[in-house]
Design a protein around this ligand. Structure first.
Ligand code: SF4
Ligand code: SF4
Length: 404
């Protein structure tokens, strides 16, 4: 039977696990808890209590006096599976009266599971292999990464920031670069930057995966080399600002990369930059876009980064567009179901959560659902298509570009 090595569980996480008062506030809001088979074990409180049982059974006072109590391998596998059913949406963090940073706790818990050979889930291995071999999770050749730019209007120039200095470095991200259904996100972002007169470029085929999926599944050490490679290229490009259009890349570059090295410029999400450009009059939407739209807050922008107002101001600037809110919005927004590696390992669970979010949007009466994250886009669009919803999925930059 396996003995858990708790050395990888950091002290702060251990203190946080012990600080949980078991009040259960988090269990009511957890999107996974509501949809998974075993409600209690997958909820924040359940995971915390079970993990505590494990390490106290092996390292606590009783264990020292009476000898450790080992759990069966099946129990450990069950704990790992439940830990990976969490989308790391952060909803539990916002409601926890003990102010526990559960986002950090779940990521650390996964690192601990990886260090004990219990994670990630077998379904994640293919993505890990793809990132290691191709620098992207989609098993696509490196030489095709910048191919999306060929579809840009001829008058738009995207510099190669490694050869020629550009003020802004646009970090495209793997999904917008490779997924033909998401490629418009990169095209629209580049078009908006160009129309604002921004001097920008990309790393072209030299851009590497940011490592978000691996970090979220507990593979921090495996990301180090990739992150250091990207940071070295940022240094070579020396921009004054790094802009992402992916919420996952944004969180990773902004919050995780400082663990691996110093970035030469601040990291900004496209919604923040565009909001500034609109407010300074450098971008002026003039064409009417008729319709009613509702905005889905990506977890990595909202709860993970407190970025709520900027996308709403952008929507508000588009003439003709009527903006309505879903009942659960901003801090309370329901997750799209795709995050934290859930879509890869538990697609049915991800689909159920995504369906609830699409229903949230349908209840507003809006005809357009928009967001600012390729993963949320992918997940919600798949559900809209599967259920034959009348909603039209768009990226926020597409709506703005249409009005310029
Ligand atoms: S992060 Fe989200 S899915 Fe995970 S336990 Fe918290 S509320 Fe549930
Ligand atoms: S809300 Fe916080 S303190 Fe209460 S059970 Fe959940 S994690 Fe523990």
């Amino acid at each position: 039977m396996k003995k858990l090595d708790i050395s990888k569980l950091d002290v702060l996480a251990l203190m946080r696990f012990d600080a949980c008062t078991r009040c259960g506030e988090c269990t009511a809001t957890c999107p996974t808890g509501g949809e998974a088979q075993d409600v209690e074990l997958v909820t924040p409180r359940g995971k915390i209590l079970r993990l505590r049982e494990f390490y106290k059974g092996q390292y606590g006072l009783r264990a020292r006096l009476l000898g450790p109590k080992y759990q069966s391998d099946a129990d450990l596998d069950e704990l790992a599976k439940r830990a990976y059913e969490c989308t790391i949406c952060g909803q539990c963090k916002t409601v926890c009266p003990a102010h526990l940073d559960t986002i950090d706790m779940w990521e650390n818990m996964r690192e601990f599971l990886v260090s004990n050979g219990l994670g990630p889930m077998p379904e994640h291995q293919q993505i890990v292999k793809s990132i290691e071999n191709y620098d992207n999770p989609w098993m696509q050749p490196r030489t095709q990464r910048s191919r999306w730019a060929r579809k840009l209007d001829k008058d738009i120039t995207v510099k190669d920031s490694l050869k020629e200095h550009s003020d802004v470095l646009y970090f495209v991200g793997c999904t917008a670069a490779y997924d033909p259904n998401i490629r418009n996100m990169a095209l629209d972002t580049a078009t908006v930057l160009s129309k604002a007169g921004i001097d920008f470029g990309t790393l072209g085929n030299e851009e590497g995966c940011c490592g978000s999926t691996m970090l979220r599944t507990g593979l921090r050490e495996q990301v180090r080399k990739m992150a250091e490679g990207n940071i070295a290229r940022f240094e070579q490009a020396a921009p004054s600002m790094i802009v992402t259009s992916c919420a996952g890349c944004y969180k990773t570059l902004r919050q995780d990369y400082p663990m691996f090295g110093k970035l030469p410029a601040k990291v900004v999400h496209i919604t923040t930059l565009v909001d500034e450009l609109l407010r300074s009059g450098k971008l002026v939407p003039t064409k009417r876009v008729e319709g009613t739209v509702t905005f889905h807050d990506p977890c990595h922008l909202g709860r993970h980064n407190d970025l709520y107002d900027e996308p709403r101001r952008i929507l508000g600037s588009i003439p003709g567009l009527k903006v309505v809110e879903m009942e659960r919005n901003r801090e309370e927004a329901r997750c799209c179901g795709a995050g934290g590696g859930v879509k890869t390992a538990f697609p049915d669970l991800a689909g159920k959560i995504s369906a609830l979010r699409v229903e949230d949007a349908e209840r507003t009466g809006a005809g357009i659902l928009t967001t600012s994250c390729p993963f949320c886009y992918q997940s919600l669009k798949a559900t809209i298509d599967a259920k034959g919803s009348k909603l039209r999925m768009t990226d926020l930059m597409e709506l703005l570009r249409t009005s310029l």
